[in-house]
Design a protein around this ligand. Structure first.
Ligand SMILES: *Cc1c(COP(=O)(O)O)cnc(C)c1O
Length: 577
């Protein structure tokens, strides 16, 4: 019976019913879809929350939340007009001082902010260069500067300059035009691979410095995880003591970074926390051998086991350890395993421009295999400018620097590096012994962990009694500057000062210890008097003030403004205040 023969009213009823049921079906489907989306959301949200709580712990999660509430409160407070005006005023004072410290002023300063209309004579350029090199600065030659200048001696400097001269125009982007540079570059990589016990398939690249090496290692790991596992929300697990270059990598390549604590007394990365952060989005684990702040080598063996168990890349940052850690044993010191002999280690960064004594602008990045290295390659096969392929960030690169590096490695040789290791690490141990054993250092300073290489960090010891003074470690740093022109480094979390011993410092360690004793002794006396007389603590010296500000503002915006001002200053040809 066709519907056309039904009475009109019934037909309408049926049609209405049909459309209602269709609508109901549609509604049901939409409901289902909505529930599905909601469930998916709930799943992703709870997975994220679960991972967060698992990684940071319940306490860490609560503390993190309370910190973010505090930050918001501070931001609101600072935007109140009267607070903002005051903060802006004080900020200007600091920024102006920063500018005064960095940019030379005075009537006799001649500034060049446009091309000279006629080129200068060679003689005039030479004169000007000489006076630029002679500008007032810390005396690194006399061993007064921590780290910074990894000088290999006058003779080596001359040889490097000659190497530059021979290859001034060279660019490794064109290996056919500069076959000598290609050969040297490949040989540098081969030498460093052998130093770090790479397997037969091991491969590497040279880069412009430790930061580029680290950037490339993180980038390659991210690409690998994407291509092999489809990871689109990459995460990496980084010890808080690992170099800031990892933060830069996270920023540049959009990798979420989990910072893992490195607690006392060992100050090595906390392995249970590393484990707790591993999930399907993890693309790489990080360890340092040693780290910059305290010179501590993480437990690379344990990291290696974890990396193997979860089939994850493990990068070991030997940027600072460079040509010291591979020679520790040969130089007579004990060493923990850190290189490719640990099967889980997939990449290592080693700065030839630190303790390799190569000219600045040189570093290497090593991989366990050629396949791992290929993830960092950049290929533009369809480019209108022709097929283009380059191994790392830069396109054109300075061949002169590669020649300088090669010349350094060849002229120093294994025996030279073993000797340098012996002297540098030996001097660091002397310094450590003095801080641990000799008064007044023993009572008022404390060495951070058990450093085994070239860095010694110390914090202010907790006072033994109620009336005993506790020093501000940053004031110790500033007092050392005032007393002997010592340029030591401030580190934070915990507040510490560190010395990275270089060859120029080796000869100055005794004076360093003497000055440290005088400075600490005087500060202790002064504090005792202050306590006895019941006076309040003063404002503190400049480093103490700067780090004091950083601690007292949870959102750190003010300190970030200082940092930006500092960077702006780098490019000011004339003062702006
Ligand atoms: C110096 C250093 C780096 C980065 O080196 P740059 O050459 O300054 O980019 C990385 N890691 C550690 C531990 C370092 O000390």
């Amino acid at each position: 019976m066709g519907s056309s023969r039904l009475p009109v009213s019934l037909r309408d009823t049926l049609a209405a019913q049909r459309s209602t049921s269709r609508r109901r079906l549609l509604e049901l489907n939409i409901d289902l879809l909505r529930n599905l989306v909601f469930l998916l959301f709930l799943f992703r949200w709870s997975r994220k929350t679960y991972r967060h709580v698992r990684g940071y712990g319940l306490l860490g999660t609560v503390l993190g939340f309370s910190l973010s509430v505090k930050k918001t409160a501070y931001r609101l407070l600072q935007s109140a007009p009267f607070v903002r005006a005051k903060v802006q005023r004080e900020k200007r004072v600091v920024i102006r001082q920063l500018e005064l410290d960095m940019i030379p002023t005075g009537r006799d300063v001649v500034r060049h902010t446009a091309l000279p209309s006629e080129g200068w004579s060679e003689e005039r350029v030479r004169e000007e260069l000489k006076s630029l090199a002679g500008m007032v600065r810390p005396r690194w030659e006399e061993g007064r500067v921590s780290g910074t200048v990894y000088h290999g001696g006058e003779q080596l400097s001359r040889l490097q300059t000659e190497a530059f001269g021979t290859f001034t125009v060279a660019n490794p982007l064109h290996p056919d035009v500069f076959p000598g540079v290609r050969k040297m570059e490949a040989e540098i990589v081969a030498m460093v691979l052998s130093l770090f016990n790479a397997p037969a398939d091991g491969a590497g690249i040279t880069t412009s410095g430790g930061t580029e090496s680290i950037l490339m290692a993180c980038f390659a790991a991210r690409q690998k995880a994407y291509k092999e596992r489809g990871v689109t929300e990459p995460e990496m697990i980084v010890p808080i003591t690992a170099h800031a270059a990892f933060h830069k990598a996270a920023d540049y390549f959009n990798i979420k970074m989990h910072l893992v604590p490195c607690p006392a007394p060992s100050y090595k990365v906390h392995m249970p926390s590393v484990y707790a952060h591993i999930n399907s989005n993890t693309v790489i684990l990080i360890g340092s051998a040693p780290n910059y702040p305290h010179g501590i080598i993480d437990d690379i063996s344990a990291l290696s086991r974890l990396a193997l168990r979860y089939s994850l890349p493990l990068h070991v940052d030997c940027c600072l350890g460079s040509f010291l850690v591979p020679f520790l044993e040969k130089a007579g010191f004990d060493a923990d395993p850190f290189d490719f002999r640990l099967k889980g280690v997939t990449s290592i960064s080693c700065d030839t421009h630190k303790y390799g004594f190569a000219p600045k602008g040189n570093s290497t990045l090593l991989y366990r295999s050629k396949a791992l290295r290929a993830y960092q390659y950049s290929l533009s096969i369809d480019w209108t400018g022709g097929m283009y392929a380059s191994p790392s960030i830069a396109g054109s690169r300075p061949g002169a620097l590669i020649a300088g590096c090669w010349a350094s490695l060849m002229s120093i040789g294994e025996s030279g590096y073993v000797d340098a290791c012996h002297r540098i690490v030996g001097a660091t141990r002397d310094l450590e012994r003095a801080v641990r054993e000799e008064e007044p250092l023993r009572s008022y300073l404390q060495v951070v962990g058990h450093p085994k290489v070239s860095v010694l960090a110390f914090i202010a010891k907790k006072p033994a009694g109620k009336d005993e003074p506790q020093l501000n470690i940053y004031e110790v740093k500033d007092a050392m500057k005032a007393r002997g022109g010592w340029d030591l480094n401030a580190t934070q979390d915990p507040a510490a000062v560190h010395v990275a011993v270089t060859l120029p410092i080796v000869g100055a360690v005794e004076t360093l210890v003497e000055d440290l004793k005088v400075v600490v002794g005087a500060m202790v006396e002064e504090e005792r008097t202050r306590i006895r007389e019941g006076r309040k603590k003063g404002k503190g010296t400049s480093t103490a003030q700067l780090y004091g500000v950083a601690v007292s503002f949870p959102d750190k915006t003010i300190v970030k403004d200082f940092a930006v001002a500092f960077l702006d200053n780098l490019y000011k040809a004339k003062p702006e205040f």
